[in-house]
Design a protein around this ligand. Structure first.
Ligand code: GLC
Length: 622
């Protein structure tokens, strides 16, 4: 059972609450008459119990409602009118509803919404969520780290903590107070489009890296210097069965078909570690366990997570996740979800329907007042823990450091430590001043968007120079500038006439997120294979750098190249890749997943008796 969450004096001050409630009752008529709600006058309740005592049922329903900001950006008065508890920016929903935006523009957006929220009757501040899942990837100019699968390859929880502490600072620099990260998924089948969001196929990695992430995001005891972390997606999101996916997806949001013993051993244990780390929130998974949606799973949400594990924070739904629950109406779906243990609903659009449904279900006696009060208490406790009542606006002292050289140095270090050397026939490391001719090509060699992968500026990610960073080719140029090594770039036009001593191909997957990335083949594209073959045919020795969110089927390409590196999804700092290629750093990365020789082996995991191409933990040194 976890110890009590770090509490601020103002979360649960029964004595103070009684005093203020009594005083309030006597003064209320004058207070309401004489102190119109305004940001200038600040909140009109000063502890969880004090707020609860004053809140109407409608206001309580509002606090349980999270809305994508684009739904209120042209009607900010609605935030106070409905007493909305939270806003979010779904992937790519930057200022003005557009993808991107600078840190200062995000901070201005946040502060404007916060001011609007504090116009409500009780002036309760918002809490605002975002997916900063590999750095604050939504924000132009932010430091973008390797996705979790690469961080898992580092086997370095201290580095993960440092990276997440930087992400904390950069998120605070935009005003945002809640990060829907870390995913403590344990991906068991690499065909899943969210494999790269997990740290690896064994719970040990999710536990260690998840714990480090939560401490990096939240700091010692949250407060105004921390951002609320989210352990997600509860539970067994990475254990679904191919072919059971939701809607058009083959696997994502599907059904995890397993015994309770396996669920606890593989998928639940990272949440024990997250609760020990005092994680502030947990996000329910879209997926099901043996046919029952997690969003309505009272046993796992209430009895196990809140009871057995002692989780005292906020359980939030996933994006419109309530709508996937069985039921003839939204109200019925919502009632099942809230009664199962959901405290905050990521609606994220029709907030009036959500509030009306909560109120009507309570009035009909189908959701108890106690359940509502418990949910709202958790939300308010979180806001008091984060000192939002005292410091609701952006701390601009963080804004100028978003994407700073120091932050990028740590990301570059993470990239270097994440690279896994799968093959090396005496080729690596290269010497930058060898005087050799180097030829660099492949679709990813000079594409920052491909280098970052999904959840980067937009939800799905995209190719091109979508933010500030260093591509692999730019890093090679920096590396060889001023030496007598001649570096040539052929891009994807690898069939042209050229020759060289050393060829470097960089290719792999183009960006995707969630179920869009579900892939039953795990093959390289024909163009990729052709470009690799061309480069290797026209140079004396060749190196393959695979940029992907997961293992792909590479037996043929592995044969062709003299050296092969799994680069994962490195993010903005491509120089971390050249740091190991040119020997400034030693290769130290180790596979966080088992690497299949054929897609027919999936799901393939350590200890399942199959013979992989490379085992979990494999990685050459040089
Ligand atoms: C998405 C994802 C979840 C994310 C949320 C908000 O659908 O499943 O990981 O935090 O929506 O963007």
């Amino acid at each position: 059972m976890a110890g009590p969450r770090a509490t601020t004096a103002r979360r649960s001050a029964p004595f103070l609450a009684v005093c203020s409630a009594t005083a309030g009752a006597l003064l209320l008529p004058f207070m309401v008459a004489s102190a119109p709600a305004s940001a200038a006058s600040g909140p009109r309740c000063d502890s969880t119990e004090d707020c609860l005592a004053q809140m109407t049922l409608e206001e309580k329903a509002g606090q349980m409602t999270q809305v994508n900001h684009t739904n209120v950006m042209d009607d900010k008065e609605a935030i106070a009118e409905y007493g909305l508890g939270s806003l979010l920016s779904g992937g790519g929903a930057g200022p003005g509803g557009e993808a991107g935006g600078t840190a200062a523009e995000w901070a201005d957006m946040y502060d404007e919404y916060q001011r609007a929220a504090m116009q409500s009757r009780l002036g309760i501040p918002l809490i605002y969520g975002v997916d900063a899942v590999h750095g604050h990837g939504n924000v132009v100019g932010a430091t973008v780290f390797p996705h979790n699968i690469g961080m898992g390859a580092t086997r370095n929880p201290k580095l993960v903590w440092r990276a997440q502490d930087i992400t904390r600072r950069e998120v605070l620099g935009t005003g945002i107070d809640w990060n829907f990260a870390p995913a403590v998924s344990v991906p068991r089948d690499d065909r899943w489009g969210r494999t790269y969001e997990g740290f690896g196929e064994v719970p040990r990695l999710a536990k260690k890296m998840g714990y480090a992430s939560i401490k990096g995001f939240q700091g010692h005891d949250l407060g105004s210097e921390g951002i609320a972390a989210t352990a997600k997606h509860y539970v067994a999101d990475g254990g679904t069965t191919w072919g059971t996916g939701e809607g058009d997806y083959e696997m994502d949001q599907g059904d995890a078909r397993m015994s309770e013993r396996e669920l606890r051993k593989i998928h639940l244990s990272p949440y024990r570690a997250a609760v020990r780390a005092d994680v502030a929130t947990v996000m329910a998974s879209f997926s099901s366990w043996n046919g029952l949606k997690m969003h309505q799973h009272e046993y796992l949400l209430d009895e196990v997570l809140k009871g057995e594990l002692g989780f005292e924070g906020v359980v939030i739904s996933d994006w419109a996740g309530v709508r996937q629950v069985e039921g003839d109406s939204y109200a019925e779906k919502l009632r099942k979800s809230i009664n199962a243990g959901l405290d905050m609903i990521m609606v994220p659009h029709d907030y009036e329907q959500n509030i009306d449904a909560i109120v009507s279900e309570v009035r009909a006696g189908r959701i108890s007042e106690e359940r509502i009060d418990d949910a709202v208490r958790r939300v308010l406790d979180l806001k008091f823990d984060q000192e939002l009542f005292d410091e609701p606006f952006t701390d601009r002292s963080y804004t100028g450091d978003v994407g700073s050289p120091e932050h990028r140095e740590t990301a570059r270090d993470a990239v270097a430590q994440s690279q896994v050397l799968l093959k090396n026939d005496d080729v690596l490391p290269l010497s930058p001043d060898s005087g050799k001719d180097i030829v660099v090509g492949g679709k990813t060699a000079d594409d920052l968007g491909y280098q970052m992968g999904g959840w980067s500026i937009t939800w799905q990610g995209s190719g091109g120079e979508t933010t500030e960073g260093t591509t692999f080719w730019e890093a090679v140029q920096q590396e060889t500038e001023g030496t007598d090594t001649n570096a040539q770039f052929v891009g994807t036009d690898t069939g042209q006439d050229y020759s060289g001593d050393i060829g470097i191909w960089v290719g792999g997957e183009t960006p995707y997120a969630e179920g869009v990335g579900d892939d039953g083949d795990l093959q390289l594209s024909q163009d990729d294979t052709k470009q690799l073959n061309d480069i290797c045919a026209k140079t004396e020795v060749c190196i393959a750098m695979l940029v992907s969110g997961r293992p792909l089927i590479i037996e043929e390409e592995l044969e062709t190249a003299d050296a092969f590196v799994a680069s994962w999804l490195p993010g903005t700092e491509g120089a971390g890749m050249t740091d190991v290629v040119f020997g400034h750093e030693r290769f130290s990365g180790r596979l966080p997943v088992t690497w299949p020789s054929s897609v027919d082996q999936e799901p393939i995991n350590r200890g399942d008796g199959q013979k992989p191409l490379f085992r979990l933990g494999y990685g050459l040194r040089h």
